[in-house]
Write a protein that binds this ligand. Structure first.
Ligand code: NAD
Length: 264
């Protein structure tokens, strides 16, 4: 009762100092920003991407800024490649403290025209890839009795969308929200926290085709209380917070980063 908060050091609470972080899809867009941001917050960053050149570029950029980074060419939907990468990181670093499951893709087609192959291609990366990486990382976190996983859902995993058809993406992201809750409950006893972020539209290559439609962009802005789409910088701080000691009591949560979109 009546704490003076004497032991609370905000610098330390939000720091990732000396921790080992793995970011999937870290070669481009949001993942690239998260990798750079986590490195600046003190983490030893491992950038995983199926585009190994892109992963290398990001790792070199982080190192040029004076921080630690290693690139790994890994497809998150390839079980043996994921298991091998997490084992190699644990063997070189001694542990994995945080995993950011960011890799993802979308195939935006009307549901009646979406082939089974396209449906499965999206689920394989956005849902199965998240499970495979979480499972592989958790196997190394459990002996240390600590770890943090941050998954990437979307506002499309918490609403029915409606501006354009995107059924496999929406289904996968909705599943990520509940996978996050279920893993959080299952692994809490092992000291592992599992949370997710649910961003609104973020200015990356991923939505470049949408940004080329001024009417669509105007509608999105009009539907967003804060009146704009997000920039990568808007996402990075939330991930650092969820990975940091400041969020020690937060698990099973999906944090909307959406300018109030879902609050309406
Ligand atoms: P992006 O296309 O700019 O970057 C995605 C990165 O993931 C790329 O480097 C790509 O090579 C990598 N990747 C894709 N499939 C992979 C796989 N199988 N294995 C390993 N790496 C793989 O996309 P982004 O906008 O940065 O999106 C990142 C995440 O954020 C995705 O999960 C996406 O669904 C989510 N998201 C994006 C937005 C947005 O508007 N940009 C909004 C909400 C959620």
């Amino acid at each position: 009762m009546g704490t003076t908060l004497a032991g609370f050091d905000p610098q330390r609470a939000f720091s990732l100092d000396g921790s080992v972080a793995v970011i999937t899809g870290g070669g481009n867009g949001i993942g690239r920003g998260i990798a750079i941001g986590m490195a600046r917050a003190g983490a030893r960053v491992h950038v995983l991407d199926r585009d190994s050149r892109a992963a290398n570029t990001v790792a070199e950029l982080i190192k040029a800024q004076g921080f630690f980074a290693v690139a790994h060419g890994v497809d998150v939907s390839d079980e043996s490649a994921v298991d091998a990468a997490m084992a190699a990181i644990t063997s070189s670093e001694g542990r994995i403290d945080s995993l950011v499951n960011n890799a993802g893709l979308a195939i935006r087609r009307p549901s009646l025209e979406l082939s089974l192959a396209d449906w499965e291609a999206v689920l394989k990366v956005n849902l199965t890839g998240v499970f495979l990486c979480a499972r592989a990382a958790a196997r190394h976190m459990i002996p240390n009795r600590r770890g943090v996983i941050v998954n990437t859902a979307s506002i499309m995993g918490l609403s029915g969308g409606g501006l354009y058809p995107n059924i496999s993406y929406q289904s996968s992201k909705g599943a990520v929200v509940n996978l996050t809750r279920a893993l959080a409950v299952e692994w809490a006893a092992h000291g592992i926290r599992v949370n997710a972020i649910a961003p609104t539209w973020v200015r990356t290559d991923f939505i470049a085709p949408l940004l080329q439609q001024p009417e669509l962009l105007a509608r999105i802005q009009a539907m967003t209380p804060l009146g704009r789409i997000a920039e990568v910088e808007d996402i990075v701080g939330a991930v650092i917070y969820l990975a940091s000691p400041a969020a020690a009591m937060v698990t099973g949560h999906t944090l909307a980063i959406d300018g109030g979109f879902l609050a309406q």
